[in-house]
Design a protein around this ligand. Structure first.
Ligand code: SF4
Ligand code: SF4
Length: 441
């Protein structure tokens, strides 16, 4: 998934393990489905890419066919994602699909992408009790959010969302926040991210609004904001606070492009299913009804799928082969087709925005690895670090802890953590460099 692309928040809200992209035992680790269960949205966001937002939802017959199709494609795990238009307007259908998927879809997991305005405590309990991950679109502080996310009546939607935050923060392991950065808010992007963490929401990923025109001055502002945000993030993690910027943490994990297919997996491990059962490479293509590649009742059209599943991201992108970001940069194919004219080209904003996000994320990774920050290391390793002794206790060496194969780290609050020396060395060897990045346009 394009964890480091400008468009990553929309495409990879979940900080998944590399197995998503790998085929270790011949089976894809996980297939991800963005299902348009609803035809209606109660908001009117200025950058929304869906032209039709006032229609009926998916029929039960099509929902059943969708689940059967998902079950029929071999994978170890399958994410049934309730995606659009605003899925919470079809709450009964969501409940029905979750119950039915548990019966017919092996290895099923659930996710929900929502504008966050239509929760109730009962609905949240239901989603959490089924392990459903929840991605909420928030653009930042109230003023920023209200600018581009009005209701159908034209008022800001912040208040509709904010009333649910006390309930949302009860599910810190399930809730992600997605920020879309508009050009006119690039200058305060760092403050907007900090504002979201200030609400108690623990995890953020971000993307640029690449449907808008970005001037060089606005891209400069974004770069300055990103650098400030990187400083803030490093300070937070060093002080023991645990905000999580998934878009940047993934950089330290050394993610890179798959052998074949788009970086995001669109049209292959990631598919979107429209209300009428038509299969598209991803939600963006579904919104445009561009490049249908099958139907849930008849299966995949391999010929139409081939340009996506067989795309060579590393070799095919024009101007990218000598860029240091070639293995890291997400490069949204839909943005390329729509705004650069072809899947193998990028726009100036796409390329520069990607280089900005990646450079700041790489600095975060380098500095936190150099400081051996225990919070950051535990995220990279995908598990909690072993705590050695309590704050205020004697230094672990004095407690007889071996330091041969183990590195002892001192975290915020005087806690000590043990990390296998080999694992620490492997992570530090991945510490990224950015020389030569961002050259496509
Ligand atoms: S092609 Fe689709 S899934 Fe891939 S990065 Fe673009 S919007 Fe996301
Ligand atoms: S040249 Fe631009 S678009 Fe290509 S990999 Fe580098 S940053 Fe990404």
């Amino acid at each position: 998934m394009p964890f480091t692309a400008p468009d990553d928040s929309l495409c990879a809200p979940w900080d998944e393990s590399p197995e998503v992209l790998e085929n270790g035992d011949g089976l894809p680790g996980k297939h991800i489905y963005a299902i348009f269960v609803a035809g209606f949205c109660n908001l009117n966001c200025h950058y929304c890419y869906l032209p039709d937002r006032k229609g009926p939802g998916m029929s039960r017959d099509m929902a059943e066919a969708t689940l059967q199709f998902i079950a029929s494609r071999p994978a170890r795990r399958r994410d049934v994602g309730f995606f659009g238009v605003e899925p919470m307007t079809e709450w009964e259908l969501i409940q029905w699909m979750i119950a039915r998927a548990l019966e017919v879809v092996p290895g099923v997991e659930f996710s929900l992408n929502t504008n966050g305005t239509l929760f109730t405590p009962d609905r949240l309990d239901f989603l959490a009790s089924h392990g459903c991950k929840i991605a909420i679109s928030i653009d930042g502080a109230p003023e920023t959010h209200d600018r581009n996310r009005p209701t159908l009546g034209g008022k800001g939607s912040w208040k509709l969302l904010a009333r649910h935050i006390p309930d949302l923060v009860k599910y810190p392991h399930k809730v992600y926040t997605r920020i879309t950065v508009a050009p006119d808010r690039a200058h305060c992007f760092d403050a907007d991210v900090a504002a979201i963490f200030g609400l108690g929401l623990p995890r953020v990923s971000f993307s640029m609004d690449l449907t808008a025109d970005w001037s060089d001055a606005q891209l400069d502002s974004l770069e300055a904001s990103c650098e400030r945000l990187a400083d803030w993030y490093i300070r937070q993690l060093e002080s023991g606070a645990i905000p999580e910027i998934a878009s940047w943490d993934s950089i330290g994990k050394g993610r890179s492009v798959p052998k074949a297919g788009l970086f995001c997996g669109a049209g292959d491990i990631l598919l979107s299913i429209a209300l009428d059962g038509t299969i598209y490479p991803c939600w963006r293509y579904a919104g445009d009804k561009l490049h249908p590649i099958g139907h849930v009742k008849t299966g995949m059209d391999r010929e139409k799928q081939a340009p996506f599943a067989g795309f060579d991201t590393l070799g095919q992108m024009k101007g990218c082969s000598t860029c240091a970001n070639n293995r890291t940069c997400g490069r949204c194919a839909w943005v390329s087709e729509k705004y650069a004219g072809a899947m193998d080209r990028v726009t100036h904003a796409q390329c520069r925005g990607s280089a900005i996000f990646i450079a700041a994320g790489q600095r975060v990774s380098r500095e936190l690895l150099a400081r051996q920050n225990p919070i950051y290391l535990s995220r990279l390793l995908g598990r909690a670090l072993r705590t050695v002794g309590e704050p205020g206790a004697p230094a672990p060496e004095a407690m007889g802890e071996s330091t041969g194969d183990v590195v002892l780290l001192r975290g915020a609050g005087g806690r000590f953590y043990a990390v296998p020396r080999s694992e620490l060395a492997a992570l530090q060897a991945l510490a990224p460099d950015r020389a030569g990045a961002g050259a496509a346009t």
